[in-house]
Design a protein around this ligand. Structure first.
Ligand code: ZN
Length: 338
């Protein structure tokens, strides 16, 4: 009798896959944070070698689903799609690209036929930079991945291992996804701002010029006070300043932090933050500018300025010396008028 029941259950699973237990809403590439009823942040697990690399968002408008920044690699993007469809009960209608960097756009193809929304500048920039970037990655990523695997074997401290895992995930995802990437450009373009109205809530896309890059798109949920910032905001992580304008970035962060009704900020990288964390990031930029200014006033060479220790307050931040040194070199160049 028991075997008959067993057989019956097995037959139900084969005939009706819906009877299978649902896959859990967890992924090795990200963790979900519920921000409001129908709004989630997908925070990458980069420190554990995940392939998402950036953070993403899932927003249920009531009759349509919006996905913000669909990750860098196809496996992580497919997981994001699965989770978004499970949570909202439908496929994504809109996918927003906050800016042109590879880690925020390569999941686009996984969400087709969704409309991909961004600015005209980002569409043009993706069409120019992605072919070059993919070509470079084909030539160099496998070798760099092998180097990080070797480094992991000799890493001693937990912090060293965490930093290596981050880059292992980045290059491992790149090598695995690379041959299957079909650059998928934004096909709904706007400048300045765009509203999307749903039956349950509405959101505003706002373009910031010359911040992290020449064009950064932020998604604002006014009713909930939630902002998906893309890479205008890095939290507990060294920002990537070299494609943007640091003075203008500081002003943008001040504007975002100054809006009293905006309370929850989903960064492009790092955990969720509040207004004080945006101000802290603005402080990082001005602190590094001051370090460079002081070094130059003392007659230090640029390489000596770049080689300075990371200020204690930022010493534990993700991306470590790699981004710190790139940022310092960039600021040295700007202050020399290069
Ligand atoms: Zn970026």
């Amino acid at each position: 009798m028991r075997s008959l029941v067993w057989f019956g259950c097995l037959a139900m699973w084969i005939v009706f896959p819906a009877f299978l237990p649902p896959k859990p809403l967890v992924s090795r590439h990200f963790r979900l944070e519920r921000l409001a009823d129908g709004v989630w942040a997908a925070i990458n697990n980069t420190e554990q070698g995940g392939h998402a690399i950036c953070n993403a968002g899932i927003i249920d408008l009531g009759d349509r689903t919006v996905v913000f920044d669909p990750f860098m690699n196809l496996d992580a993007a497919a997981e994001l799609r699965r989770v978004a469809e499970h949570l909202t009960g439908r496929r994504a209608t809109w996918v927003v690209n906050s800016h042109h960097h590879n880690d925020h756009i390569r999941g686009n193809q996984v969400f087709l036929p969704a409309a991909i929304v961004s600015t005209a500048w980002n569409r043009r920039e993706i069409s120019v930079t992605e072919p070059r970037q993919l070509q470079w990655e084909r030539a160099h990523a496998p070798g760099i991945l092998a180097m990080y695997r070797k480094q992991l074997a000799s890493a001693r401290t937990a912090k060293e291992k965490e930093d290596i895992f981050l880059w292992l995930g980045y290059f491992e995802g790149m090598v695995q996804s690379g041959p299957r990437i079909r650059t998928t450009l934004p096909d709904v373009l706007f400048s300045d701002s765009l509203w999307i109205y749903g039956s349950r809530r509405s959101l505003k896309l706002l373009e910031f010029r010359n911040g992290h890059t020449a064009s950064d798109v932020v998604v604002i949920l006014p009713s909930e006070g939630i902002v998906f910032t893309g890479d205008l905001f890095f939290h507990y992580a060294h920002p990537h300043l070299v494609d943007g304008d640091p003075d203008s970035l500081v002003r943008h962060l001040g504007m975002l932090a100054g809006e009293a009704s905006w309370k929850t900020f989903v960064p492009g990288h790092g955990p969720l933050g509040g207004r004080e964390n945006l101000r802290q990031l603005a402080g990082y930029v001005t602190d590094l500018q001051e370090l460079v200014r002081t070094g130059k006033a003392r007659g230090m060479t640029d390489s000596a300025i770049v080689a300075q220790p990371i200020p204690d307050v930022y010493a534990g931040w993700t991306f470590g010396r790699r981004f710190f040194e790139e940022n310092m070199a960039f600021l040295c160049g700007r202050m020399s008028g290069q």
